[in-house]
Ligand binder design. Structure first.
Ligand code: G6P
Length: 474
């Protein structure tokens, strides 16, 4: 089993003045660790630097192979084609995507390097699982080098509708790249349908939204909604020390009646400004009053070399400043804004401290913060305000669903969350918790790998839970 992702599952951390490697936090790593440990698995990815970065050959039983990027590749492949072409295009073009041929050449050459690294390392007949938008050409390139491998691809972000995808000058190559896999997985059925539609239109694939015939092979397509490490989060949320910290956070905030929370990578797709504007207007209308109501907004630094991200940060910090200037009192800010990463236990304590979680992306493949909040609410209290444009909204139907473009609707939703009858709130949270307990990240990995290992005949007669049974071929 080989996992290929843009990033390795380890990060450099400082401990007692010394640098060492640690497993990265997050669901993907915790889901795949059990599958990869014990000498049977390998992870190939970028260590976050160039050749000078000495990565250990193994970490906690997982074999690691680094694919370093030099400065030009960091600019053109990572910041450029991955994050300034594909990222905005795939997120409904909420920022205008930039198309540069040099970036495309770098994308091809880095994908080729990844494919060669896998081809040189995978055992005969191994299962290879390729992840995300940075590596869409790898399946085809790898198949050409190693036809014996079974190749799965999973896209963590949305796959755009035809009208947007068609803008991409290299749309054919991207589709051919993905169709090199045996199984292509998406977060939601709509994304799988978008992909199958353009595959039929642009490269002449035939078949249904769940099995495409292309180049004399069958490519299976399906929705596999990713989830969180529910049991791990429940354990942390039940830890008395974490619960004490949650109470302490509320006290440090001045023991307000209502604590609202936002936690996002600071990204222009996350709709953080919509949420701040709505909160500011609620204060202005007197529908929320400080210091009884506060918002804690965590913005996790991300892609800071990209001008769109720098501008977004300035925009948000200006909004926070304006709202705080108008509605704070001395020692009691209306918005507590942190631009920093947060350790997992502190994050769980924040989830426990928050009466209302605000998740308002303009477009999001899934959004794991929404699922993490639900998983952590072990006493079944708390309300989730969730954008209908996040993949998570298809499963968490008991959230208060909003269109983040509709500011009046967003204000009403936040007010609704504040006023929610406690019995109704508990019933909703119970139902949402059932969803994340039944379908955690382990179940997700199991469903995808089960489908990858099964042959297509098996899938069409007995669909995997991850595949939409309604759209299997007849
Ligand atoms: C999203 C993407 C991942 C990416 C992560 C962090 O979740 O789907 O592929 O790794 O953001 O972004 P970064 O650019 O720092 O890797």
């Amino acid at each position: 089993m080989v996992v290929v992702a843009n990033r390795l599952p380890v990060r450099r951390v400082e401990h007692n003045g010394e640098m060492h490697w640690d497993l990265s936090p997050g669901g993907l790593v915790s889901a795949l660790t059990p599958v990869l440990t014990g000498g049977a698995g390998m992870w190939i990815g970028w260590p976050g630097g160039g050749v000078e970065m000495a990565v250990p050959a193994e970490h906690e039983g997982i074999e690691l192979r680094a694919v370093p990027l030099d400065d030009a590749e960091f600019e053109q492949f990572y910041l450029g084609f991955s994050n300034a072409t594909l990222w905005p295009l795939y997120h409904d073009a909420v920022r205008t995507p930039t198309f540069h041929r040099e970036w495309w050449y770098a994308y091809m050459s880095v994908n080729d390097r990844y494919a060669r690294a896998v081809a040189g390392a995978a055992a005969p007949g191994a299962n290879v699982w390729v992840h995300d938008y940075q590596l869409q050409l790898v399946p085809k390139m790898l198949r050409a080098l190693r036809p014996d491998l079974r190749i799965g691809f999973f896209l963590h972000i949305p796959f755009p509708p035809q009208e947007l995808f068609m803008q991409l000058p290299w749309r054919r190559s991207i589709l051919e790249g993905l169709l090199g896999a045996d199984l292509v997985g998406f977060q939601v059925q709509g994304a799988a349908a978008n992909f199958s539609r353009v595959a039929r239109r642009v490269v002449g694939a035939s078949g249904t939204d769940s099995v495409l015939n292309y180049d004399g092979r069958q490519v299976r397509v399906g929705a596999f909604p990713i989830s969180v490490d529910t049991i791990g989060l429940i354990k942390r949320a039940s830890d008395p020390a974490v619960q004490r910290r949650a109470r302490q956070i509320r006290e440090e905030l001045g023991s307000p009646d209502v604590v609202m929370l936002g936690v996002d990578r600071l990204d222009y797709t996350k709709g953080i400004d919509r949420r701040l504007i709505a909160i500011g207007e609620l204060f202005a209308d007197g529908l929320l009053t400080g210091p009884q109501a506060v918002l804690v907004q965590i913005g996790i630094p991300s892609r800071e070399d990209d001008p769109h991200y720098r501008r977004e940060r300035e925009h948000l910090e200006q909004l926070v400043g304006e709202i705080n200037g108008a509605y704070s009192t001395v020692g009691r800010p209306a918005i507590h804004y942190l631009y920093q990463s947060v350790e997992v236990d502190e994050l769980v304590a924040l989830y426990l401290a928050a009466d209302i979680m605000l998740v308002t992306p303009l477009r999001d493949g899934m959004n794991l913060v929404a699922k993490e909040y639900v998983a952590c609410r072990v006493d079944n209290t708390g309300a989730l305000v969730l954008s209908e444009f996040a993949g998570a909204s298809q499963e968490l139907r008991d959230a208060i669903l909003v269109n983040p473009h509709d500011l009046d609707g967003l204000k009403q939703a936040i007010r609704h969350a504040v006023d929610l009858d406690p019995n109704e709130g508990t019933a909703r949270m119970r139902r949402m918790r059932r969803v994340v307990r039944r379908h955690d990240v382990q179940a997700w990995a199991h469903a995808f790998l089960g489908a990858l290992r099964a042959d297509s005949r098996h899938i069409s007669t007995s669909p995997d839970p991850g595949l939409d049974p309604g759209s299997t071929p007849n």
